[in-house]
Design a protein around this ligand. Structure first.
Ligand code: URA
Length: 433
């Protein structure tokens, strides 16, 4: 088999066979196929696409390019929730303990934040002592014992995707649904959970900018997951403003704690109830979603979700006192109010710009090697649909840095205000299953 023939076949609109796709993934992973041929094929896929079978084969080949996790020794269905990345997305830290408190088993591998998006691992590390690397045995034992474990990747999961994604990033070949869907799903499938809920975000702070493109991606991923025998579902959620009120690591942990106490912001609370009810159905704990919502609500009302978060933190070496007494988290040296320059209704909060501003305040990293300041971030006081008066506070910037006045202006400019009333948008726009 010759790589040039595979490239030409796709260039001319042909359908690649299983053997051709596996030949490409194996050859690119072991270095026998050079970058220039791999990028030519990716570009041909950008223009010609892939059908459902080709996409599933690509996913399968990438998933098996490295280690896979075997979770069959967990007693029960292991569920996983994956977000395509957003701003202020602390969902795993509240939702995970809630479903575990209801008897589900959640085992999840998460990542670090980069650019405008945060990462669950960084949020976890803002809790003193918290370990994010466990052995596979410790991971499985913890899921069996307390129903939840969230860790960073230790084994070599999906090396083909790592190499291919880095190449796509510099060759203009990221935006192709079959390539994105296979990239995300190959990692999820290799991580071993039997049921997967995908939170596909859309809007200016998300990877997919429109609801339609998010739906297309979600559909593709659900089809791949089902073809691979996993109960895969997706929700399409709004990222045209940050999720909840807190952006930044310890600020987001505190918001997850508040939500577990029933004091969370409306959109985030609703996302936990919607996703939680679906996950409980996937875990076969409830029959219908209404019953699932009631169970999640009960875990908030009776404090079992909050106790589960403390138990999870303790199991991974963290100090549970920070969960029970969140006032222990240090505050940034400067907490700067950002005032509105006009009256009106908030039409839009540019979450990409808020995410980048939080990064510049110290709360995120530009390069993966950058250090992070866990105290830094932005705490919103206003959301889309809210009324604001001139001189009222829109949000607070939390930072330990000096000389970041231009960032304060960028934050202010992220709020778009109009005279006409604005409807409060829903958080979940669709559910695919
Ligand atoms: N996230 C991924 O993991 N892969 C893509 O291709 C795009 C976003």
């Amino acid at each position: 088999m010759r790589m040039v023939d595979i490239i030409e076949k796709k260039r001319d609109g042909g359908t690649l066979t299983k053997e051709e796709i596996h030949f490409f993934v194996k050859g690119y992973s072991d270095g026998t196929i050079p970058d220039y041929q791999a990028s030519a094929l990716c570009m041909a896929i950008v223009f010609r696409g892939m059908d459902e079978i080709e996409t599933a084969e690509l996913t399968d080949a990438m998933m098996h390019s490295g280690d896979t996790i075997d979770l069959s020794s967990v007693d029960g269905v292991v569920i996983d929730k994956h977000s395509t990345g957003g701003v202020g997305d602390k969902t795993s830290l509240a939702l995970g303990p809630l479903v575990a408190a209801c008897g589900a088993k959640l085992g999840k591998m998460s990542g670090r934040g980069l650019g405008h998006t945060g990462g669950t691992l960084d949020k976890m590390e803002s809790i003193p002592g918290m370990k994010i690397f466990l052995s596979e045995k410790e991971f499985i034992d913890q899921i069996n014992k307390i129903g939840i474990s969230i860790i960073g990747q230790t084994k070599e999961i999906d090396p083909a995707d790592k190499k291919l994604y880095a190449l796509r990033d510099v060759t203009g070949t990221v935006p192709a649904i079959p390539l994105i869907a296979s990239s995300i799903m190959s990692k999820k499938l290799a991580a071993g959970s039997q049921a997967i809920l995908l939170d596909v975000k859309f809007g200016d702070g998300a990877f997919m900018k429109t609801l339609d493109s998010a739906r297309e991606l979600a559909n593709e991923m659900v089809k791949i997951g089902k073809r691979m025998g996993r109960d895969t579902r997706a929700v399409l959620t709004d990222m045209d403003q940050p999720l909840g009120l807190a952006v930044g690591n310890s600020l987001e942990v505190k918001e997850a704690i508040a939500t577990l106490k029933g004091e969370g912001p409306e959109d985030f609370n609703e996302l936990c109830l919607s996703c939680g009810s679906i996950l409980l159905q996937q875990a076969k704990i409830v029959y219908d979603l209404e019953e699932g919502r009631k169970m999640i609500q009960k875990a908030i009302d009776d404090g079992s979700g909050l106790r589960k978060l403390a138990e999870f933190v303790k199991a991974q070496g963290g100090d549970p006192n920070y969960i029970l007494h969140p006032e222990l988290f240090p505050l940034a040296k400067h907490i700067v109010p950002i005032y509105s320059e006009r009256s009106g209704y908030i039409r839009h909060i540019d979450s990409l710009s808020i995410g980048l501003s939080s990064m510049k305040l110290g709360g995120g990293r530009e390069k993966i090697s950058d250090a992070i300041d866990y105290d830094a971030g932005i705490l919103l006081c206003k959301k889309v649909g809210h009324r604001v008066e001139k001189g009222e506070i829109l949000c607070y910037a939390h930072t330990n840095k000096e000389g970041v006045e231009s960032v304060f202006q960028q934050i202010k400019d992220s709020f778009h205000i109009q005279n006409e009333k604005v409807e409060i948008p829903p958080i979940v726009h669709d559910y695919l299953h």
